[in-house]
Design a binder for this molecule. Sequence first.
Ligand code: PMV
Length: 319
Amino acid sequence: MEVKTSAPGKLMFFGEHAVVYGIPCISFAVNQRLYCKIKERKDKKILLNFPDLGIKNYEFNGKTENKKIGFVSSAINNILEGVKEKRGFDLETKSEMKIGIGTSSASVVATIIALDKFFSLDLKKEDIFNIGYKSVLDVQGTGSGYDVATSVYGGMIKYIKGEKPIEIKYPENLCLVVGHTGVKADTKKIVEQVGEKRKDYPHFFDDIFGLTKRCIEEVEKGLRESDLRKLADMMNFTHGILNGMGVSHPKLEELIFASKNAGALGAKLSGAGGGDCMIALVTEESKDKVISAIREHRGIPFEVRIKNGAKVENEITDF
Ligand code: PMV
């Protein structure tokens, strides 16, 4: 028996950091996926193959010190906990994501969906999310789970920590360009730093997160009414707030300014900050200019499309 699955990467659109404290965020699944293949073995062994990471036939026995495979291992452990029957398999993943925009959560989700089929568990999306979120928390200890939710449900979603997301409709002409700074951010560390600052200024942060919540309401309105100007304004406002919280980075600022100078309607950092990537709202006319501007400033640009969530992919032949 062989099962193939895929799960998309994700991007935070609005609400990073605030989502950790119960404020809704808006995120979407992107057109870059991670694939997982599981093939039954005659023996009871579980062998892991991650060619992208240079890992071949790694024998899985429940525990691992190998950080690179921590997320997939955690997902396997959490699934096997609920499975009585012992069956061996080879598991392999392959990623289309050149830059990490949710590789960890996508690998967890693609693995869970593959094991769900392999063991005929008949899990619901909620179960897949819950197991996926637990698997991520087991490894990294913190996180709102928005990445797992986005990868499971796909499209654009409104997500409140731990809850079932709500699908959000977005304008057909929503055109987004991402600029990666080339600086790898340490999400866990930045989330902790925000937590420390919040302890020093609790009322201040209540106001900041209250403002973020109002911003999300405006964004929902902007998306409903295809009001790109409103969306752009909200991107600029929220980026200002995030910068004020101390989570921006000189390279993010450079790419955001360069994008706006090249004609982007609005731009903001996306995710934890401290590096990683920014996202710009563009039009078909300004798109190429923004992409060139990001490249001129030594960022790594790419256009993103919003895509569907994780699924079984048995028809794929080249993997
Ligand atoms: O840097 P990313 O893409 O993993 O996003 C982090 C988003 C935070 O809100 C800062 C943390 C979280 O888990 O939601």
